[in-house]
Write a new protein. Sequence first.
Length: 317
Amino acid sequence: MILQPPSTLLAGPSGSGKTSSIATQLLHGLEVFVVVTEPDGVASLLDSVERLKAPVDHLHWSLCTPGAAGWMELEDMIKKISSMDQKQLADQRDMGKSSFRAPAIKFLDAFRNFRCDRTGQNFGDFTQWDDSRSLNIDSLTGWSMIGWGCTVGFKPTANPGEWGIAQNFVFNMLNKINSDRKCFFTLTAHVEKEMDELLGVKKLMVSTIGAKLAPKIPIMFGEVVKCSRLMENGKARFQWSTIDDQMDLKNRALPIHAKLDADFGPIISAYRRRVQLAGGGQARPDTTGPSSPPVAGVSTPTSRVMPLAPLTPAKVT
């Protein structure tokens, strides 16, 4: 491997097309692997593939959702909440942490030996995959819930040390995934407002465990993209942005623009050009047709089917 394929962070609110964007990788010749951490994530992924008319036989997923409290755990939580103060609750040593152990191990196994839920086939350690494949985690929200559950269980509050432990769970694992990979990598994340301690103002950041971890996540990615849903001529479509007043974004393959097509084509094409420039020549050719380099200030055109939002309001206001 001469170059590591690009890593992309897709951030945006629910319904902004993050999962749909992952499905566009199928249109550009990649074999796509998705670790799904949200209960309805597989349905959203399949709906996107159907909408795009993408080849489902090149799609693989592994559902790794956080654990849920049982009725007995919920009853125990109610009793403790109603009889303890905040400090006593925070100092509790174990409130259902064992319930999160199995989901956390399954999440880890998805990387060291990916097993496709659709076919039942094992694909081995993802660090051995080449640039014909992409690893996608959808999303950071479920991943954070797994890490938080392993640390505090169902405890309704935590002490300061536990916040740091849970944050390190996510950060150290993300560092391992992004550092050792040889394939494309994408992480989706929801957003929320957190305090920017450097500027002293609130900004949009990825939603994860605490304000200390949120600004560290984008540093690991070459492309940091804000996803949104745009209304045009009474129809809704998904779009990407690499510039935003409320959020720190980053671009390398993509142009700086507020209204880009939600399509991985330019990112994949840019990587293949870099490989050729470096003299490697081993990158897979784009078999989906020619793709022009993106031009700054211009929404990137594409001949593929673009991901339309699933709901089209009857009236635009």
